[in-house]
Ligand binder design. Sequence first.
Ligand code: NAD
Length: 417
Amino acid sequence: MSYNPYDNVLATVEKAAKLLGYTPEDYEAVKFPERELHVSVPVRMDDGSVRVFQGYRIQHSTVRGPAKGGVRYHPGVNKDEVRALAAWMTFKCAVVDIPYGGGKGGVAVDPASLSLGELQRLTRRFTSMIAPIIGPDRDIPAPDVGTNAEVMGWMMDTYSMLNGHAIPAAVTGKPIPLGGSQGRGEATGRGVMLCTKYICEKLDRPLAGAAVAVQGMGNVGSVSARLLHEQGARVVAVSDVSGGIYKAAGLAIPAVCQYLSKRGNLLSGYEEAGMTRIGNEELLEADVTVLIPAALENQINAENAGRIRAQVIVEGANGPTTVEADEILERNGTVLVPDILANAGGVVVSYFEWVQNLQALEWEEAEVNAKLEKAMQKAFDSVYGIAAEKQTTLRMGAYLLALKRVVEALRFRGIWP
Ligand code: NAD
């Protein structure tokens, strides 16, 4: 059976709506993306040929505010994936209670196969093609898998040029000189680290010395690993698309991160005394206290969920666990901090960036981090409290909180006309 992440979203929303006692009319509108744009993006390649890439920008909801969400460059990008990612943004922004709806974009492309010039031309053409539906009051893109601050800079510049003046608030996750926020680059990983700390406190398990495995050493995974290492956790396994490494005594994470930044973000070739090479399945099934999936969707599924030995899973990635896997993990007593809470640090600081841009202000990094910590602690406590009260999982607790907020806003706005 082929996996459709949007089915995952719908199944979870249906379950939450039932627990909240909603009638279908209460949340019918939430089940469908509001607006979908599919674009075919022609790019002049360095050799003079023309390639056409498929791109999407999908706004799942603008009920609580402008749509907000990243742009993904990955060969696997398709409409159902972008739909699911857009919907997760709606619920994520509601969990952390920031005034945004949810959106997401993507282009089916392997960015590593493009030259810098090709990547820039693709980004600018894609931005110009989605420009009619984005903007600081409509829908604000940010980085996701395969995109970074540099790409956001090109998006901001393209949108600004099309409008004839600088519009920094149109995009977040920008380079600092273009109005990017201090702390944004680290924000998602920092939120993951904070959630790991909070859940360990609740479970009365010391984070210091706890064995941690991280799948995916990109923006989210590498910062999560580094900050957890700084908190005294023993990061025993990390992996990326090139494979994984394991060391029971704990890997030298600062050295791993330094290697990644110098070697095109790939782990293959990294060496450290006492480490062994492992595959991604071995990493996911490693005997650790905390597992942080921080790569892509559908990594923990019906096939491997029964073999997961981690006691705690903190979802750095969006949608790494399927609905079927969730049920198996719950039965096995694995505690899972869900994506819409665990990786919300990125969108929280994106929101801070947008607020600073709109007011032409610049906040210090310490101020950004303190505000982020406050937002994450508040969201975590709310989710934990609801889950305990309803005797359900943290994922369901997060959806109960989020769906309630979205449906409440929908009721106040009504259905026009
Ligand atoms: P990234 O492109 O920086 O990194 C992705 C990492 O995953 C890379 O290390 C890559 O090699 C690895 N990877 C890819 N396929 C893999 C596989 N099959 N097995 C193991 N590793 C694999 O992306 P990112 O921005 O770190 O995003 C990672 C996840 O976090 C995504 O699900 C994304 O939607 C989510 N997320 C990102 C942000 C953000 O601010 N960047 C915020 C919230 C959630």
